[in-house]
Design a protein around this ligand. Structure first.
Ligand SMILES: NC(=O)c1ccc[n+]([C@@H]2O[C@H](COP(=O)([O-])OP(=O)(O)OC[C@H]3O[C@@H](n4cnc5c(N)ncnc54)[C@H](O)[C@@H]3O)[C@@H](O)[C@H]2O)c1
Ligand SMILES: O=c1ccn([C@@H]2O[C@H](COP(=O)(O)OP(=O)(O)O[C@H]3O[C@H](CO)[C@@H](O)[C@H](O)[C@H]3O)[C@@H](O)[C@H]2O)c(=O)[nH]1
Length: 334
């Protein structure tokens, strides 16, 4: 059986495809290339250029490729963009996920793994935040994902689709073997922006808010290496396939450690050996002050053991990818 990876030409999806191939799975990718790259998917992996909301197309792909599991990454992902374009985010993330779920149910797909997010928690009352905390998203992005989780739960109850919803904290880094990384153009993610600045691709970096109630006044996040994250998906897939007794799961994906914006920037300066200019800017809309994963459940239930839970390692891998990215983009455009 094959595994459909939606958004498989994107940052996390492209690492997922490599993880599946390395473990003897047969990935099939559907991607509309809105932010992804065709070259990020190996040539021997079936690639469908299309929209997950196109029910006819998706049902045909599910049947033709004998898919038994869907790993659903395709989405719009930028928290502040969702504040300025909420309806666009509800369309891209919630409504299109509904269509995908409809296609999955119509073709009796048994297993579904969903990319959820720490953003569903908003600004949690306590950190680390566990999966049982009451969700309280503070951005349309977080709400769009929470609504998808609820649809998934209800579709599972009604139709027997079994699922794992993975709530990722801040995903960062790149494939340790240099085969994949974050190639997003005009990226807004802190670690990528800091790497671009260290490498002279940007003149400076802005710190959004220095007056939060955190240890140094800047926002705290739990950064998880993308390789550890995609391995968690492989374990989730095995869990779902392990038999009818395996439950639906909702699991945080993070290390249980927080790093502040300053700490991330300082790590990039330290690892790259380059100093660069920091500007101080206003708080960014939709940003919680601090969010760190309660990370025990995934270790306990899936036996997940991270291999790259060290900020300097994450930074080193991200820097290495970033340093070669322009050449890669040029080669692939030619
Ligand atoms: N990057 C993070 O820190 C982070 C954290 C939490 C959750 N997530 C979730 O992980 C998933 C992947 O994020 P990413 O960082 O790889 O983003 P990305 O933008 O690199 O990847 C998304 C991919 O989906 C594709 N896509 C978007 N809409 C589509 C559609 N309608 N039909 C087909 N393809 C479509 C894009 O072209 C792209 O290749 C998203 O669901 C995101 O919400 C990411
Ligand atoms: O140039 C920058 C970029 C970011 N930040 C700050 O850095 C922190 C992290 O921001 P960012 O890297 O954009 O990530 P988040 O907004 O935390 O969101 C990411 O992490 C979420 C999970 O926590 C995911 O759901 C989202 O898809 C993903 O974009 C925030 O406080 C930002 O204000 C800066 O100060 N300067």
């Amino acid at each position: 059986m094959s595994v459909l990876v939606t958004g498989g030409a994107g940052y996390i999806g492209s690492h997922m495809v490599l993880e599946l191939l390395a473990n003897g799975e047969k990935p099939v990718v559907i991607d509309d290339l809105s932010t992804g790259f065709r070259w990020a998917v190996p040539d021997d992996v079936p690639f469908i250029h299309g929209d997950i909301a196109d029910g006819h197309l998706v049902e045909r792909v599910l049947r033709d490729h004998k898919i038994d599991s869907i790993i659903h990454f395709a989405a719009r992902i930028v928290v502040p963009d969702s504040v300025s374009d909420p309806l666009g985010y509800y369309l891209a993330n919630t409504m299109k996920t509904r269509n995908l779920l409809q296609a999955a149910v119509s073709t009796a797909i048994p297993h579904f793994i969903f990319s959820s997010t720490a953003a569903i928690y908003g600004n949690p009352a306590t950190n680390p935040v566990g999966e049982d905390a009451v969700p309280s998203p503070m951005s349309p992005y977080g709400t769009s994902k929470l609504m998808s989780e609820i649809m998934l739960r209800d579709a599972s109850l009604a139709h027997g689709l079994r699922y794992v919803a993975l709530r990722y904290f801040n995903v960062a880094g790149a494939d340790p073997f240099g085969r994949a990384g974050q190639s997003t153009q005009g990226a807004t993610h802190l670690l990528k922006v800091a790497c671009e600045t260290a490498l002279g691709k940007r003149p400076s970096i802005s710190v959004f808010g220095t007056d939060y109630e955190t240890r140094d006044g800047t926002c705290v996040r739990d950064y998880i290496h993308v390789a550890d994250l995609v391995h968690a998906h492989l374990l989730a897939l095995r869990h779902l396939r392990s038999g009818p007794q395996s439950d639906n799961l909702t699991l945080n994906c993070g290390y249980g450690e927080g790093a502040s914006v300053y700490e991330v920037i300082n790590a990039v300066k330290r690892v790259s050996g380059r100093d660069f200019t920091i500007n101080f800017a206003d708080r960014r809309p939709g940003d919680p002050a601090k969010i760190v994963a309660g990370a025990d459940r995934i270790r306990h239930l899936l036996g997940w053991v991270p291999n790259y839970d060290d900020l300097d390692t994450i930074v080193a891998h991200a820097l290495s990818w970033e340093a070669n990215l322009d050449e890669r983009l040029r080669t692939n455009a030619a």
